[in-house]
Design a protein. Structure first.
Length: 255
């Protein structure tokens, strides 16, 4: 099996797909490959790394942590996603930490080369702007979810956000769904999330397959949840106040 050169790797990254061969070669000569073990921090909130990190393989979470060590997962990152562009653009410390969920390989591009190539390539600048807008929209959806949805709606919404569209199967979450990480994503206790997931599974909304992936039966999901296809966002319309977690006792509600 041949080992891909940095140039070949660069050509496979969507962010750099519009670069000329000369520009791609400049980037390829400047990047270094780095491997992070499971649970390692790629960037840390409040600190600067002065680099752009592009995920080659693996998975990572964007995290917010309070003074007592409690964590909230703000976003999930996978192959092709990149980290650190905000800090490179505004020269401020990272606003959140990014921790690997599994062993993860990245390409690291230093600030100097990033600053050199960006003004010379409008297409690359556009891709970064588009990604920033997508992340802002994602943040808006998360705020809306936390403010307006019950825990059932938030879990449904999070599952859709985690899924990829497969031509044959529809919506598929390719990696195993961690109840603990899902709880950190939706702002609920692990026990409450497990209860919701069990309810969804019993209703046939999704199927956990032998390889650990999860098939979301989106048509069945839509029967009990109102979906806006353009935003892939769900709102509960089946759970009445008696079943609404917000109406339960504090011990039963999410943390």
């Amino acid at each position: 099996m041949s080992i891909l050169s940095n140039f070949d790797l660069i050509r496979r990254v969507p962010l750099f797909s519009m670069l000329t061969d000369e520009q791609a070669q400049i980037i390829a000569s400047a990047v270094v490959k780095q491997r992070f073990r499971k649970g390692a921090l790629i960037v840390e909130s409040g600190k600067k790394s002065n680099a752009l990190f592009i995920i080659l393989n693996g998975r990572a979470h964007v995290l917010a942590t309070d003074g007592r060590g409690r964590e909230a997962i703000l976003a999930n990152l996978k192959q092709g996603d990149y980290i650190g562009e905000m800090s490179l653009i505004d020269n401020l410390p990272h606003s959140a930490s990014v921790r690997t969920d599994v062993q993860t390989d990245v390409l690291v591009l230093a600030r100097a080369q990033f600053a050199k190539i960006l003004p010379e390539n409008a297409a690359m600048t556009y891709v970064i702007m588009k990604t920033l807008v997508q992340r802002l929209r994602q943040a808006d959806r998360k705020i809306e979810s936390l403010a307006l949805m019950d825990v059932y709606g938030r879990v449904a919404n999070a599952l859709i956000e985690m899924a990829d569209l497969d031509d044959e199967d529809g919506l598929v979450i390719r990696s195993k769904v961690s109840r603990q990480n899902l709880a950190k994503t939706v702002g609920a206790s692990r026990e409450m999330v497990s209860r919701v997931m069990k309810s969804f599974e019993e209703k046939g909304y999704f199927e956990v397959r032998g390889d650990g992936s999860t098939l979301i039966r989106n048509h069945a999901f839509a029967l009990d949840w109102s979906i806006d296809p353009a935003r892939m966002s769900y709102t509960s319309n089946t759970f009445n106040s008696e079943n609404d977690p917000s109406k339960r006792s504090a011990g039963e509600r999410f943390a």
